[in-house]
Design a protein around this ligand. Sequence first.
Ligand code: PAF
Length: 310
Amino acid sequence: MPTGAQQCCAPTSVKGLVETIRTIAWMKEMARQARAESRIIGLVPTMGALHEGHTSLIARAKQQCSPLIASIFVNPKQFGPNEDFAKYPRRFESDSEKLKQAGVDALFAPEAAEIYPKDFSTYVHVEGLSERLEGKSRPGHFRGVTTVVMKLLQIVQPHFAYFGRKDAQQARLITQMARDLNLDSEIVMCPIVREADGLALSSRNAYLNSEERKAATILYRALDRARSELAAGVRDALQLQSVLHRAIGAERLAAVDYAEIVDAESFEPVVRITRACYVLLAAFIGKMRLIDNMYVETKSPGFDELMFHL
Ligand code: PAF
C-alpha cells in the first residue's frame, strides 16, 4: 500500500464496474506486487469511449497477460488548440462496465493533474517520424502521444503493451521510442477492427451524422480499390495515389488530407512497391477528419504475390 499522503484515493471497487485506480502511487504499488509474484503484466492504453477495436486489444492481451490493466486518460497534450479535446466523448461508467465484462483486472484512470502536475516540463519526442503525415497535419500531436505513453509505461511497467494498427504511425513511433529508450515493455500491434460495411472503428465515428456515416466508408472503399490494383500487378505509387484520390473525390462529403504509400519502417514515401509498406489515408468527412490504412507485405521474393492487411 502506498504510504503517507499517497494513501488517499485508494482503488474503488463497485459492483459491475472494474476496479479503478486514480493515483500513480497506487498503480505502481499494484504493478509492483504483480511483478513480485512473477506475473505477466499487460497494458491497454486508451482515451475511453471504448468500442470493439479496444475490446479486441483486450482479448488479445488476455491471451498473454494477467493482470491486465487498461488505462483511460483523455490526454490534453495530444490535442491541438483547434481540436476536439473539450468535446472528446467521455463515458466513464459504460467504459468501466465494458472493461469489467472484457475481463480487465484494473483500470488506471488518473486526473490530468496527476499525470501533468503544475511544474511538469519533460517531453518525449521521436524525431523525424513524428513530423510526417499525421504529425504534419497535427503539429505537436505525437509529442503528446509519446510523452503520455512513456509515462504510462513507466508507471505500470507492463511486459506487453497493446496498440491498434488503425493508428499505424502512432504504433510505429511507440515501437521506435521503446527501442531507442531501452524500455522493457514489448509493443504489440493488433489488427484494425471494422464495421460490416468496412468503416474502421474509431471513437470519433460517434461524431458523424447518418449521411456522413454512410460517406465515411469511402476510406475503406478507396483502400479496397488500391488493393485490387495491387493484386492486378500495379506497383507504381503515383498510380495508386491517383486511384485513391479519384475514389475519394467521387464522394461529395469527402476531401483528402493525404493519400500516401510509405515504407512500413521509415514511413517515407515509396516510388514503387518492392517492400512492406502502408497505404495511408486521412480524409475529412464533413468537418470530421478520419484515418485508415492497409498494410501490404509479401512472402514471395520480388513482391509478386502480395498479402493485404486491411
Ligand atoms: O490511441 C489512443 O487512444 C491514444 O493516442 C493513446 C495511445 C491512448 C495515448 O493517449
